[in-house]
Design a protein around this ligand. Structure first.
Ligand code: F6P
Length: 319
């Protein structure tokens, strides 16, 4: 193997740069050239790539975002797009590709693998919503960003004895809400995986105040309801005024935590090792604190189990 490519695709995540660095340096260490493909599959179609050197990935391990940039390519989802990508891959002489991204990015990766391109996926998304891996790069940083924000909100929430609704990311996944909610000691965690009624929510808030709580912090995953509607319903049922904070894309930025850098480095190194062994169509995952290798096909046919125990614990501790 003489030359491989690396790209980041979909929503960026802190730690992607550490993964890029690991891919580039592991490959060069093994005598393999690396091409960085800009803006994910968009750059692959537009032939926007450049050779990377040991120095081109210097000074990036601590930086959020992705130096390769990222995008969600509509063109690549078409038959013509895939054909064009295959042609460009052949023209560039890439004999292996590392795709860092979420499940949308992996669908493209699997398509290329089926067409004979050796491809390895690295899970990078703050949502931690990819099956067959306990962890996706960026999750720890995002959770810590939420925790820092909620620490500040608690001060003012307590002073005013107020209810706050804090909306966090995770379109179809409650992982950020669950982990940050537990870490913040939130009174309520609302997530898409656990349906709730407004009556139960309001009872919980009011019971908390009756027990002497000085505030009520509600962590709402974006996929679990509209923060403004929740606020209005709380007002209608209880008469309480609550405040809303939408943390939004703030959660996607920032310097990656040590954990994200370490997992990203291990995954990047493993991805190159697999390509050198002639392995393709796999995702490098993280299960019970160890690197694992999973078929990309399996990733799409598996549903990520929800951590019910952690959810129960968070509820018990929020009493
Ligand atoms: O990266 C995943 C994610 O952050 C989701 O939680 C969120 O819904 C989505 O991306 C928003 O993405 P964008 O605004 O970049 O389209």
């Amino acid at each position: 193997m003489k030359r491989i490519g690396v790209l980041t695709s979909g929503g960026d995540a802190p730690g992607m740069n550490a993964a890029i660095r690991a891919v580039v340096r592991s490959a060069i260490f093994n005598g393999v050239e690396v091409y960085g493909i800009k803006r994910g599959y968009t750059g692959l179609l537009a032939k926007d790539y450049a050779e990377m050197s040991l120095r081109s990935v210097g000074d990036i391990i601590h930086r959020g975002g992705t130096i390769l940039r990222t995008a969600r390519s509509e063109e690549f989802k078409t038959k013509e797009g895939v054909e064009k990508a295959l042609k460009n891959i052949e023209e560039l002489g890439i004999e292996g590709l590392v795709v860092i991204g979420g499940d949308g990015s992996f669908r493209g990766a699997l398509e290329l693998a089926k067409r004979g391109v050796p491809v390895i996926g690295i899970p990078g998304t703050i949502d931690n919503d990819i099956p067959c891996t306990d962890y996706t790069i960026g999750f720890d940083t995002a959770v810590n960003t939420v925790v820092e924000a909620v620490n500040k909100i608690r001060d003012t929430a307590t002073s005013h004895e107020r209810t706050f609704i804090i909306e966090v990311m995770g379109r179809e996944s409650g992982y950020i809400a669950l982990y940050s909610g537990l870490a913040c000691g939130a009174e309520t965690i609302l997530i898409p995986e656990k349906p709730y009624t407004m009556k139960d929510l309001c009872d919980k808030i009011m019971n908390g105040y009756k027990r002497g709580k000085l505030h009520s912090i509600i962590i709402l995953a974006e996929g679990a309801g509209n923060a403004y509607e929740v606020r209005d319903k709380i007002k209608e049922i209880t008469g309480l005024e609550s405040r809303i904070i939408v943390l939004g894309h703030l959660q996607r930025g920032g310097t990656p935590t040590a954990f994200d850098r370490i997992v990203a480095s291990k995954m990047g190194g493993k991805a190159v090792e697999l390509l050198l062994e002639g392995i393709s169509g796999k995702m490098v995952g993280w299960v019970k604190g160890e690197i694992v290798v999973v078929d990309l096909e399996k990733v799409f046919s598996t549903k990520k189990p929800f951590d019910d125990e952690l959810y129960e614990l968070a509820n018990v501790l929020a009493i």
